[in-house]
Design a protein around this ligand. Structure first.
Ligand code: SF4
Length: 718
């Protein structure tokens, strides 16, 4: 037996929780940030599937869900679920071992690596799928136990540009600073770079209601998507020119005298610099660059300015660029100049993508952040957190590397020799995937905690099987900033553990004598509440009972008797002056533009049937039957030029790799652009092509634009 100090496993400590619920349990979908409410019933017969229904009463999805939510039970009892830790042996193969053997091995290797190379040589990589409690404890474990600065998460690839833009403009980042129900009430809605009809279908009920009430819908997207089909006005811009278009709309608003000077004077600062900056580019220049006519630009800006309420919601199309955060700032500049932000059913918001992308970045998984949106480089914030964690502020490490930079530093050259991955399939999700696969292979310790043997886990030294969404409880924070409760439906499968148990068990083995003896997710949340007291994302007045009673509580919620804050900015912004800040954000091109060698744009996105790297949804028969493979959306004229017919294989090359896709001919895409989804790994991975150019503020990679060439794949003669 190993000598260690180990907290009791949560499943051992809480046997009372490990029983089948007697009736339907209210919980939430395990996938996207809409976090649809659902009711789930466990069969009393072991091995029989769970029954999932949409929750008619939850005020966000109001009884609707998409196919991913309806089929989410399939991943809980899936035959491919891991039921035992796996350890790579001398034969190079992964074999089942006991939990003690696996955890002892991981702890020993961490100690050896850190002794030889220092604390920062071991890092962690988290996920926007983790509950707030897991995100919090992973951040604490990395900084207090590993004493390493190197923690980041896959949310960096999701909405970090919107977060950076909102922080700079408003002094805080909450995906939407208003509830989704405000969408139905706004007079003009502009959806920028989001195909939410596919990615988040139940949100469309609010958009359709807005239209039924006579509202205007504008969509900005290089593709004519299902969302764009619903719009009165579609601006089909050239990929990567969103920033130019946003600045161009503000130029036209100035020229047309549509801006609200009184609001600007009363509630903002820094407008003069922005005004000078946007006027340097003529509308004709913007028209040429973006491909959107001045007439359409004028219609859009008049609809936004002339409405009594108007709203811009952005998605990954605008944000996943090497200037994504500047594009978000340009959208905010526009809405501030029109005097809309903080007014009823108006302003700017981001449609966060991952299930807990919002909470994940609020509670310490980001390299530069501590719980409650506190900053790791702010002495007061360090002191506050160190006090809660029972350490000296000087013991807290500094800022670590952002997601791509962290992964790019794996191996002896970059200095990170050990990595613990929680709930993220980084080898599929990262840009320039070949490089990341090579870097992962150089690790001396790769530990993956996941329910399935995904593409990243396949290369690990240790794989730790974790509980699934229906087998655990914990809080998530949805795209509106509403803190909700994932409730346990049934006990975990024998042989698996919760991530919290794993972190506590490792902390004990690594010598932590205090701070990791939690007996439930709720007890972790109680500490999280304390750690966020007085911070921007203040959760101190939220508890599980309050969430159950109120169908979620919006942060900030600073005291037990506080009802939460559904709407921000009505009176003040969160900069010390109380004012919003304009930022000049001049246009610059994408990192890689089409040229003679690579003459086409390539852009990536989602199918409604799959989620992120597809590690779970590719295992669900109904989803795979509906979308069995990634297809290349290609304009018929381009296809004819290449000599490609529907369904035939097309090889797409970028400077980083090649992928062969089956062609899907469609006039919905521009003839100069190719689109493919990123839900597949291996040789079908769209990210073999993408470029890791990073946004200077958010460190978001440029998933949405790179240069490629395409050719018909020759079929070998029989
Ligand atoms: S994937 Fe998103 S939209 Fe679909 S059911 Fe789940 S939470 Fe709802």
């Amino acid at each position: 037996m190993s000598a260690r100090t180990e907290a009791p496993a949560l499943s051992e400590a809480l046997p009372r929780l490990l029983h089948l619920a007697s009736g339907p349990v209210k919980t939430h979908c395990p996938y996207c940030a809409f976090q649809c409410g659902m009711t789930v019933t466990a069969s009393p017969v072991e091995g029989e599937a769970l029954t999932v229904q949409a929750d008619q009463d939850f005020p966000v999805n109001r009884g609707q869900m998409c196919i991913k939510g309806f089929t989410s039970a399939a991943i809980v009892d899936h035959p491919k679920r891991l039921r035992s830790p796996l350890l790579r042996g001398a034969d190079g193969k992964l074999s089942a071992v006991s939990w003690d053997t696996a955890l002892d091995f991981v702890a020993r290797r961490i100690r050896e690596l850190q002794k030889a190379h220092g604390p920062a040589t071991v890092g962690t990589f988290g996920s926007g799928a983790l509950t707030n409690e897991k995100a919090y404890l992973l951040g604490k474990f990395t900084r207090v136990v590993l004493k390493s600065p190197n923690i980041d998460y896959n949310g960096r690839y999701c909405m970090s540009s919107a977060a950076a833009g909102q922080n700079r403009a408003f002094g805080v980042d909450r995906g939407m600073p208003f509830p989704v129900s405000d969408i139905a009430e706004t007079e003009t809605l502009l959806l920028w770079g989001t195909n939410c009809a596919d990615t988040m279908p139940p949100i469309m009920q609010w958009v359709y209601e807005q239209q039924r009430r006579g509202g205007n819908l504008i969509v900005v997207d290089p593709r004519f998507t299902d969302t764009a089909r619903s719009a009165a006005l579609h601006l089909q811009l050239t990929p990567g020119t969103d920033l130019a278009l946003a600045n161009g709309l503000l130029h036209l608003a100035l020229a047309e005298k549509l801006i609200d000077r009184a609001y600007i004077a009363e509630r903002t600062e820094g407008f003069a610099d922005v005004e000078r900056s946007v006027l340097t580019r003529s509308p004709a220049f913007v028209e040429r660059l973006t491909g959107v006519s001045i007439e359409k630009q004028l219609r859009a800006v008049r609809l936004l300015a002339g409405a009594s309420s108007s709203m811009v919601l952005s998605g990954r199309g605008a944000e996943q660029q090497s200037k994504g955060s500047e594009t978000v700032m340009a959208l905010i500049n526009l809405m501030l100049a029109l005097g809309k932000v903080g007014k009823p059913a108006s302003g700017y918001g981001c449609l966060t993508g991952q299930g807990n992308g919002q909470g994940g970045r609020e509670h310490g998984q980001k390299a530069d952040q501590l719980p409650g949106y506190q900053l790791i480089e702010n002495p007061e914030h360090r002191e506050a957190i160190a006090k809660v964690w029972g350490i000296e502020p000087s013991e807290l490490p500094g800022k670590g590397k952002s997601a791509y930079e962290l992964l790019d530093s794996l191996g002896p050259q970059g200095g990170i020799r050990g990595l613990l991955v929680f709930g993220s399939n980084v080898s599929v999700a990262s840009p320039n995937a070949t490089n990341i696969k090579n870097k992962l292979a150089q690790l001396e310790l790769l530990v993956v905690c996941d329910a399935f043997l995904n593409e990243t886990a396949e290369g690990a030294h240790v794989v730790l099987p974790i509980a699934q969404w229906a087998e655990e409880e914990g809080t998530m924070t949805n795209l509106e900033g509403r803190v909700i409760l994932r409730q346990r439906v049934r006990p975990p499968l024998p042989g698996v553990k919760n991530d919290l148990e794993i972190l506590c068990a490792l902390a004990g083995r690594l010598g932590a004598t205090q701070g990791f003896s939690f007996t439930s997710s709720e007890s972790v949340f109680d500490e999280l509440r304390l750690a966020t007291r007085g911070a921007k994302a203040d959760y101190s007045g939220i508890d599980y009972a309050k969430i159950r009673a109120a169908q979620g509580v919006f942060w900030p919620c600073p005291s037990d008797d506080h009802p939460g804050t559904p709407r921000l900015f009505a009176e003040r912004f969160l900069h010390p002056s109380g004012r919003a800040r304009f930022h000049p954000v001049p246009y610059r091109p994408a990192a890689e533009l089409p040229d003679d060698s690579y003459p086409l744009y390539f852009t990536t996105g989602r199918y409604k049937e799959h989620y992120n790297s597809g590690a779970q949804t590719r295992l669900v028969d109904k989803l795979l039957d509906a979308k069995p493979e990634p297809m290349l959306q290609i304009h018929p004229r381009l296809a004819a030029r290449l000599g490609v017919k529907q369904g035939e294989q097309v090889v797409v090359d970028s400077r980083r790799g090649s992928v062969s896709f089956a062609a899907q001919l469609s006039a919905d895409i521009r003839p100069d652009t190719l689109f493919a989804p990123f839900h597949w790994g291996g040789r079908q991975a769209a990210n073999l092509l993408t470029i890791p150019a990073l946004d200077p503020f958010s460190r978001m990679p440029e998933f949405k634009v790179c240069a490629v060439r395409a050719r018909a794949q020759k079929v070998a003669a029989k």
